[in-house]
Write a protein of this length. Structure first.
Lengths: 330, 330
DNA sequence: GTGAAAGCGCTAACAG
DNA sequence: CTGTTAGCGCTTTCAC
């Protein structure tokens, strides 16, 4: 089970390791004959290049670190797109997961040890001080989260506008009593809450703007929806912090015998795989994981090259599906 | 932004890098005074050890590779536990994600390049030939999947028994028309299907055993449930392939005005975070991610040390929550 | 208790 | 086109 090295191939082919390296990297400097022979031998010997050694030798590691949450479907979408965006630029992705039993500092630390050229934090929960400190050690990029910290790059969708789109859509359908179940302090929840208030006010519904504390999970959405249903006059539409939260809202409504969207309309956020599932068909605000990922890799590389941090704000898009309709009696 | 190395610390402290290494690793061989001084200087300089260099030098990389699916909540649970189990043995985890646009061979290949001592594939979709080939290159361990391939270790829960527990529970409640929505060829689906047939037969309900093609997603569950509802006499209970699938089943039932569990009981599989959410409270079969992860790391290390592959089968446990009850009119 | 020297597997100059 | 020489940052003998 001992791994084949370049030296083994060089010996077998009767050439130097440098030449093998040239062939393996596919750079010019070897005759076609040698190239073919080396490749054949490498294949026979089951050679797999040692990334660590390669990275160690190279001035730049060509690795981008990504800290993400294991249980956040939207992070899954982002990570998937980040792999592709990084690969397109010749970079590898080093993943480090955040979970209830593995906090963000731990995850980031692991990335630092891998000598990533830059780290991208997906919807990070770190505060300004921690972010500032991190940015002092490694080019740092916040993805899908708003923050104004010196030295930290940001790539995100315009959350204020995103929620605005949702409100416009619902008001256009005839809704007036609209509630927002927020992210309870999670990345982006402040912006979305503001966006909600702004948009409602714009429609002259400032006083009908109802905000409840929610969270990032189905559970949070379910709890908040239950609270709403306990009111004398529940809203006719709900905008949840994200798709998972919205799923909890829908479940609670259905469990209690309310129809979606006939009785209550529900809007999610993220357009994660959760929302597009045929049986869910959730109206949601798309952050466009693909564009976000592409912009993130772009800026991460710029930062790594010594560029100045920027804030890149992408426009979200409303994806109308089947969980929104005119309010009852409209 | 250029990283501090051991040489920098050695110079600043006026000692050799070897001594710094001794201190950083916390092994005996340095005086308390030196130790304290080195640690202080390292801290001041913001030193972070370079894992790549360390791994390269060490005979063993102390890294375990994990290929997992980004959108599978149960994989998230497993990964979280694997981090802890590996850390307890002094090992790091290298993550490589599988997603619709990133196939398993790609993910495994990335792991190989990192010189993992062993790779663990979570619910892999690789066939016997591919697994055999992989096992020839690196100690390979299948987690949460059944397979009988030479040289490949397996750590899984007893799926036949797991489904059996679900059937026993439902029959005990009085159900007789029970359907199983399967995994459509996914890892474990054969076992679960067999387990379903076995258990139903054991209860003399072999002819009432209804199996539908499903899948791993909410969507698959929703589609299958819709098909069941189109029948003249739909079942009074459904056992889904996993929690995601079960969620789709529940959603479809609720959407169509059926109550869960009053009209139809639903059982999931995995006991992922999805199932325990307060508003869901799904009855499900627990594979105990923690125990599975511990056993997996255990065997991965044994394999890496040259041990013979084994099949470790853990007993699943039925977690009764709120989606199962006696059938209507019972 | 401490340091010098030799590599881990690879790539990046250079020479030839 | 091909080979030699030097390391990347760290750990590991083996001296002192």
């Amino acid at each position: 089970m001992t791994r084949t090295t370049m030296a083994d191939i060089a010996k077998a082919a009767g050439i130097s390791t440098a030449l093998v390296s040239i062939v393996m990297r596919g750079v010019p400097g070897a005759s076609e004959a040698t190239r073919a022979r080396v490749l054949r031998i490498a294949d026979e010997l089951g050679y797999v290049p040692d990334e660590r050694a390669r990275k160690l030798r190279q001035a730049r590691s060509r690795v981008l670190g990504v800290a993400f949450e294991l249980q956040q479907p939207f992070h899954g979408d982002l990570v998937e797109r980040l792999y592709a965006a990084a690969a397109a630029r010749g970079y590898d992705i080093a993943l480090s997961a955040v979970a209830p039993t593995r906090d963000e500092p731990t995850a980031v630390d692991a990335l630092l040890r891998e000598r990533c050229e830059a780290v991208m934090l997906l919807g990070s929960g770190l505060d300004a001080a921690a972010l500032g400190a991190l940015a002092g050690r490694v080019p740092t990029l916040l993805v899908a989260r708003h923050a104004d910290v010196d030295g930290v790059g940001v790539v995100r969708a315009d959350d204020v506008r995103g929620i605005g789109l949702a409100v416009d859509h619902l008001v256009g359908l005839g809704h007036r009593r609209i509630a927002h179940i927020d992210g309870a302090g999670a990345a982006g929840s402040d912006d979305r809450r503001c966006g909600f208030h702004d948009a409602m006010s714009r429609h002259g519904l400032g006083r009908a703007a109802d905000v409840l504390t929610g969270g990032l999970t189905e559970e949070a959405g379910a709890r908040a929806m239950a609270a709403l249903l306990a009111r004398p006059t529940p809203p006719s539409a709900v905008i949840a912090f994200n798709d998972r939260c919205a799923t909890g809202v829908v479940d609670t409504l259905l469990h209690r015998g309310h129809r979606v969207p006939a009785d209550v309309s529900v809007v999610g956020y993220d357009d994660s795989r959760l929302a597009e599932a045929p049986h869910v068909q959730m109206t949601t605000v798309s952050q466009d994981a693909r564009a976000l990922a592409a912009a993130a890799v772009d800026q991460a590389l710029r930062l790594a090259a010594g560029g100045a941090p920027a804030e890149i704000v992408l426009s979200p898009r409303l994806v109308v599906r089947a969980t929104t309709a005119a309010p009852p009696g409209a």
